[in-house]
Ligand binder design. Structure first.
Ligand SMILES: [Zn+2]
Ligand SMILES: [Zn+2]
Length: 276
């Protein structure tokens, strides 16, 4: 049996609503599924508050993915089994959400100044209910307008890091992400270490109180997987893995179930639901 510990829903930049994602996961026969939206747990509270959680037929792990602040590298911290009603965490998540909206307006202003006709309203319509507006949504609107063929091309030309319409993120520091996840009762895990692009930094993060590392990831080749597995053993960390499924046709993996991990890794992250 197979599992997936890294997925996104409409509550961040994924295309499927949480209940649709769960239905898709059941359809492909996943045993464990973690929902890890960017900087929000509202996809999980949506399920909980609508009587859809606990989920029948699949073991759901409530999660989150923080984008941590680092001056030069991309560091994402996953949190598993967090208490989604932990007040100090919700407060910080609110700060992040507010900053996201400000950033969103600033990016649209820059695009308009550069001559791209795009409005906040049309991006919001495309984002359809997402509580965590992101550059992917803006990219999608630019593609729809015919300015680019793919969201990736829009990032490369305009909204990617350092490009003309880029605006800096408000982000928590790495240690704050780790501590916040722990204070909410969760397990902090370093996401996709290959995207950090600096193994010395990955090693340092392994010593910052992290409890797991995402060894299995679509962009890890056999060599990288082996290297991060050895790193997990060396630091006594849990081994996690997931597809980073967004449900976006141009972004791999296209289908849930295309990239999975063995249950023996996933089950270490699962806790019974009563904790909520
Ligand atoms: Zn990530
Ligand atoms: Zn992700």
């Amino acid at each position: 049996m197979a599992s997936d510990l890294h997925t996104h829903t409409t509550y961040s930049d994924g295309r499927l609503a949480p209940e649709e994602l769960i239905a898709a996961a059941k359809k492909v026969g996943l045993s464990y599924l973690a929902i890890t939206d960017h900087d929000t747990v509202e996809g999980i509270s949506h399920l909980y508050e609508n009587g859809l959680y606990p989920t029948r037929g699949i073991r759901l792990i409530p999660g989150i993915e923080f984008s941590a602040h680092h001056p030069s590298n991309e560091v994402h911290i996953l949190g598993y089994n967090i208490d989604i009603y932990h007040a100090p965490m919700l407060e910080r998540l609110n700060d992040i959400t507010e900053a996201r909206w400000t950033r969103f307006s600033e990016i649209i202003e820059k695009l308009n100044a550069l001559g791209y006709e795009i409005s906040e309203t049309e991006v919001l319509l495309l984002a359809d209910g997402s509580k965590s507006i992101s550059r992917s949504h803006i990219g999608r609107a630019l593609v729809k307008r015919g300015y680019f063929d793919t969201i990736g091309a829009a990032f490369d030309a305009l909204i990617g890091y350092g490009k003309p319409a880029y605006v800096e993120h408000y982000r928590l520091e790495i240690d704050e992400c780790i501590n916040l996840i722990k204070s909410a009762g969760g397990i902090p895990v370093l996401a996709h270490p290959i995207l950090v692009e600096d193994d010395a930094l990955v090693e340092r993060i392994c010593r910052m109180g992290i409890e797991g590392i995402e060894v299995f990831y679509p962009k890890h080749d056999a060599e990288a997987t082996k290297r991060y597995l050895a790193m997990a053993e060396r630091h006594g960390l849990l081994v996690s893995g997931g597809s980073d499924f967004h449900g976006i046709p141009t972004r791999l993996p296209q289908n849930l179930g295309d990239f999975t991990i063995e249950d023996k890794w996933a089950e270490k992250f699962y806790r019974p639901v009563q904790k909520l």
